[in-house]
Write a protein that binds this ligand. Structure first.
Ligand SMILES: [Fe+2]
Ligand SMILES: [Fe+2]
Length: 336
């Protein structure tokens, strides 16, 4: 999953667009702009403006971190899945998320930053990940709801990135989106089973999970367009293809019908069909909560980061052993 926080981090010092330094650089910039305008893809070895590189690096690394941190809320339920079938599905899904993180770290590395640097930024709290993973998973219904709403929102966000102007990112996203589609369906299927074949208590559990995840899910599309200062530049560069509000609206419109089939209520009394706009109107989103969670004050921020740092430290011996093994093998391979 996830891209939400990607345009919320552009206010750092040193992030201002650098002045062009030479006629040569100006020529290259013009050439680059023309390639973007012509819809061409940019490869890792091509010249690119510094700001384009930094913007992509920030977005792709935050996306990678989100996939890896996103394994935690669901990983928590693997041992408590209700059946062997659901356990196997959840295991496969969480493993997919780990794979997504790895494709994305690899794509970000092509921009010149090492994986160790990116992980260090995550572990020291400098890098962000999607705020959705700072909410707790209280019941088994949360597993289905995350698949349905969180992976569903992720797909809506990520399909346009398959056409991102930076080719290594676009290629990673094609594969990721295929797997996200499975994630969304397994979640919906788990909820449908509980709603149609479950007990009254299980149906109430589904409704409770939907009540808790709905608003954080629609926040995943990021701040409103008029409060998203980096979006225009990202659109200009073909990194972002569709605006936050447009994607959010598409997601809401698609989800309302799915909720009806499922038999749950979306927790927004102002959610209603607008005949004139041919779309749903919705209630006000609590952006103060969004910014608070991004800034580190969500229900699980400390727990999530603590778990990542512990996993990194506990895994040190594996990395050391792998490096020692590679060093031993190097002379053998060179002699062969
Ligand atoms: Fe994913
Ligand atoms: Fe996913």
């Amino acid at each position: 999953m996830y891209t939400q926080a990607m345009d919320t981090m552009g206010k750092e010092a040193g992030d201002a667009r650098p002045a062009l330094r030479s006629a040569e650089e100006l020529r290259r910039q013009e050439e680059f702009d023309a390639r973007i305008d012509a819809g061409e893809f940019i490869e890792a070895k091509d010249w690119m403006p510094d700001h384009y590189r930094k913007t992509l690096l920030r977005q792709i690394s935050q996306h990678a971190h989100s996939e890896i941190v996103g394994m935690l809320p669901e990983g928590n339920w693997i041992t408590r899945a209700p059946t062997l079938k659901r356990k196997a599905i959840l295991l496969a899904k969480v493993q997919d998320e780990g794979g997504h993180g790895l494709y994305l770290y690899a794509a970000a590395e092509t921009l010149g930053t090492s994986r160790d640097q990116m992980l260090d930024a995550l572990h020291t709290g400098k890098a962000k990940y999607s705020s959705i993973f700072n909410y707790p998973t209280l019941t088994w219904a949360d597993m289905g709801t995350i698949g349905w709403l969180v992976d569903g929102a992720a797909i809506m966000n990520q399909v346009p990135i398959c056409r991102c102007s930076y080719a290594p990112y676009a290629r990673a996203m094609v594969r990721i989106c295929r797997e996200e589609s499975f994630h969304q369906r397994q979640g919906y299927d788990a909820l449908l089973t509980m709603m149609q074949k479950g007990t009254e208590a299980q149906r109430a559990m589904v409704q409770d999970a939907v009540n808790r995840w709905w608003w954080p899910s629609i926040m995943m599309f990021g701040p409103p367009d008029d409060q998203s200062p980096n979006s225009a530049q990202s659109m200009r560069w073909g990194i972002k293809r569709v605006s936050n509000d447009t994607l959010r609206q598409k997601f809401i419109d698609a989800t309302v019908e799915q909720a009806r089939v499922l038999g749950v209520t979306l927790p927004d009394p102002d959610l209603k069909w607008n005949e004139e706009r041919q779309s749903h109107d919705h209630g006000a989103i609590d952006w103060a909560e969004f910014w608070r969670v991004i800034a580190g004050d969500g229900p699980c921020n400390q727990e999530r980061l603590g778990a990542r740092v512990k996993a990194w430290e506990d895994g040190a011996w594996v990395r050391e052993a792998a490096l020692a093994h590679a060093a031993k093998q190097a002379p053998v391979k060179a002699a062969a």
